[in-house]
Design a protein around this ligand. Structure first.
Ligand code: SF4
Ligand code: SF4
Length: 123
């Protein structure tokens, strides 16, 4: 997590982030924004919340930003560690909890019944 202090806010990472692009360049859904949200959280300037969790969990961990970052900040690793904290605080987005339940109980992430697998499974 020490890496959160290395961000110079240069913005070189912004051009390659798929979620930033998808969210109409809303900074909080991009690498620079996410790193600085975690920094604010760690420094006590921000509280844990579901709104924060959505920003953290929507990172795809693709690492595209890592290859553009002069400081080689591993945003994906920072997101994974922050997700662990948010999970313990019961702030994981409900869609992911439903997916987790489906994997454990039905053996697939789609919410489909395992006994009906032959009906919904595509060749
Ligand atoms: S490229 Fe690296 S240092 Fe620059 S804003 Fe993005 S995360 Fe921060
Ligand atoms: S690892 Fe996350 S923040 Fe970095 S480019 Fe991919 S989606 Fe964006």
């Amino acid at each position: 997590m020490e890496q959160i202090h290395y961000c110079s806010r240069c913005g070189f990472c912004r051009a390659v982030c798929p979620t930033l692009n998808e969210m109409d360049m809303n900074e909080t859904y991009g690498p620079r924004g996410r790193v600085n949200l975690v920094k604010a959280l760690e420094e006590g300037h921000l509280n844990e919340s579901m709104a924060l969790s959505m920003r953290i969990y929507t990172c795809t961990t693709c690492r595209a930003c890592y290859f553009k970052c002069p400081a080689r900040i591993e945003v994906d690793k920072i997101m994974e560690k922050t997700r662990t904290k948010l999970y313990k605080s019961k702030l994981t987005p409900s869609q992911l909890l439903e997916m987790e339940k489906s994997i454990i109980e039905e053996g697939n992430p789609f919410g489909m019944l395992k006994e009906e697998r032959d009906k919904w499974m595509v060749d």
